[in-house]
Design a protein around this ligand. Structure first.
Ligand SMILES: Cc1ncc(COP(=O)(O)O)c(C=O)c1O
Length: 323
């Protein structure tokens, strides 16, 4: 299974530890990197709450310094995003935490560019790949990162409670495990797998999910998701009441889109689509992002997206009537 995952992930099997989800994988990394009081970690207010909280706890207990970026998404400019990160790097920066695909809006961050800048300065790179893995066509060893965590119950479609952490081979011995085995300084990736009793059946089914994923192929999967996103967004983008928190530039977002209707809250939009069409969406109110997240998957049909489009048209009409 380690071999199969590493083939899909684009790294060595000895760099993969099976975990139960992104939170577990990244917590092991956040709490396992050696840091001294005063060392700086660069991250953003738009990162995932569990990771934000993990870093904040580390700051509280060990007096490291968190350097926060506030991204004004969407941003259609890799160089501008990279510059925002590099401007925050100082001689004390030891780690940069990068969310590959922002779950709130679907924004794709230029991990490789940021990582290259970080590496020039000796900064370690942590990547949250919860939404990029098995959605986007990339190899972990092309990202130039040191650590990567993801869930397999998201875009890979494996059972709940499956995921993995990647640790670059040279970094394994210096990273401590959240749940250690008898060799905390060892260089065997299995030291991160002393997780207690695990759901063996769920883990074994990872390989069936990989079979399915490979039967489609990541290139076609990514293209299909983009097609579905473009299908519905093209039909509603003319609505003057609708503001996009996600760029429609294909380079910067794939399946996920976040929108907000003038005169409605994200929660009202979510309730409207669910009550009327039983369409499940997700309202977002986090940091400076307020809107409704729409996420088609490979099994979403065009008929279903037509209903969504109709829902938006109806919302827009209702708002006009109110005005
Ligand atoms: C960007 C990001 N990171 C981490 C997570 C946590 O994933 P899990 O709940 O599988 O641990 C999520 C979940 O949605 C996410 O979107």
């Amino acid at each position: 299974m380690r071999q199969r995952i590493s083939d899909v992930a684009g790294c060595l099997p000895e760099e993969i530890a099976i975990h139960r989800n992104t939170t577990e994988a990244l917590a092991s990394i956040v709490f396992g990197i050696e840091l001294q009081p005063g060392d700086e970690v660069v991250l953003t207010h738009q990162d995932y709450p569990n990771m934000v909280h993990a870093w904040k706890q580390r700051e509280l207990r060990q007096k490291i310094k968190l350097v926060w970026l506030n991204l004004d998404l969407p941003i259609d400019d890799d160089d501008a995003i990279t510059k925002t990160f590099t401007q925050a790097f100082t001689s004390k920066t030891k780690v940069v935490h990068i969310t590959h695909v922002m779950n709130w809006t679907g924004q794709i961050l230029p991990v490789r560019k940021i990582a290259d800048e970080a590496k020039k300065r000796g900064i370690q790179v942590v990547v949250d790949g919860a939404h990029s893995f098995a959605q986007l066509d990339f190899r972990i060893d092309e990202l130039n990162c040191d650590y990567f965590g993801t869930s397999l119950h998201k875009w890979m479609g494996a059972p709940f409670g499956t995921g993995f952490m990647y640790v670059r081979k040279e970094k394994i011995s210096t990273l401590f495990s959240l749940m250690p085995n008898d060799k905390p300084n060892g260089d065997d990736i299995r030291k991160f797998e002393a997780l207690g009793t695990r759901n063996f059946a769920a883990e074994q089914a990872i390989m069936t999910a990989i079979d399915f994923h490979e039967a489609i192929g990541i290139k076609r999967k990514q293209a299909r998701l983009l097609y579905l996103k473009n299908y519905w967004t093209q039909k509603v983008k003319h609505l003057p009441q609708l503001k996009f928190n996600t760029t429609l530039n294909d380079k910067y977002s794939n399946a996920i889109t976040n929108v907000i209707m003038d005169g409605m809250t994200a929660q009202e939009m979510e309730a409207f689509l669910y009550d009327k069409y039983k369409i499940h969406t997700s309202s977002v109110n986090w940091a400076n992002i307020h809107g409704l997240r729409i996420t088609p998957s490979v099994y979403t049909s065009l008929n279903e997206l037509d209903k969504l489009v109709h829902g938006f048209e109806l919302m827009a009409e209702k708002i006009n009537v109110k005005k």
